[in-house]
Design a binder for this molecule. Structure first.
Ligand SMILES: [Mg+2]
Length: 196
């Protein structure tokens, strides 16, 4: 089987979540453009705790109001039938993943969140999942809607699918770029059918 593991981003890939990053930055007191997680990681003490509490609350609310991307449950079920392992890799908290999993009945084999590994674009979470499932880079595909997903996949040496509502310049770095999960499914089925 040339395809053993598919790693999905959560927000904008399996789920539609209304995370308001501008509101999160404003409430924490961050400038408008900085990356939220990386800036918070550099904070200390009570300010850091307060910032993570604000982020966790926004994420849990967004997860509780999230909707499924069309075709998400079907795609996960198709991959399970093919014997392919599935995982979620997100910069969000474990709590928000659990809220979304229960809300939508999402079934995947593993989830890596910011509590356990350095967040994307760092490839640590992808490497951890490949080790967990005994999948080589050539047997692994990462699917996501943001450049950090694609950068993390490339850094781990795996193929990547950019899921985009509209063209983005960074999508040229992805192995494939598509507009919906049905197209993702067709690519993954073709990868699974590649000669070993
Ligand atoms: Mg995303």
């Amino acid at each position: 089987m040339p395809l053993k593991l598919v790693i999905f981003d959560l927000d904008g890939t399996l789920l539609v979540q209304g995370l308001d990053f501008a509101a999160i930055r404003a409430e924490i007191g961050l400038p408008p453009v900085v990356p939220i997680l990386e800036t918070m990681e550099a904070m200390e003490g009570a300010a850091r705790e307060r910032a993570f509490a604000i982020l966790d609350r926004h994420e849990a609310q967004a997860a509780a109001q999230s909707t499924l991307m069309p075709g998400a449950l079907e795609l996960l079920a198709d991959l399970r039938r093919l014997g392919v392992r599935t995982a979620v890799l997100t910069r969000n908290s474990r709590t928000s993943v659990e809220v979304a999993r229960r809300r939508h009945g999402l079934e995947f084999d593993a989830a890596v969140t910011r509590e356990s590994h350095r967040p994307k674009p760092c490839p640590d979470g992808i490497r951890h999942l490949m080790r967990s499932f005994g999948a080589a880079p050539a047997e692994t595909v990462v699917v996501g809607d943001y450049r950090f997903d694609i950068d993390a996949g490339r850094a781990a040496g795996v193929r990547t699918i950019a899921l985009l509502a509209e063209p983005k310049p960074w999508a040229a770095d992805a192995t494939w770029a598509v507009g919906d999960l049905a197209a993702v499914g067709r690519i993954l089925a073709a990868v699974a059918a590649e000669p070993p």
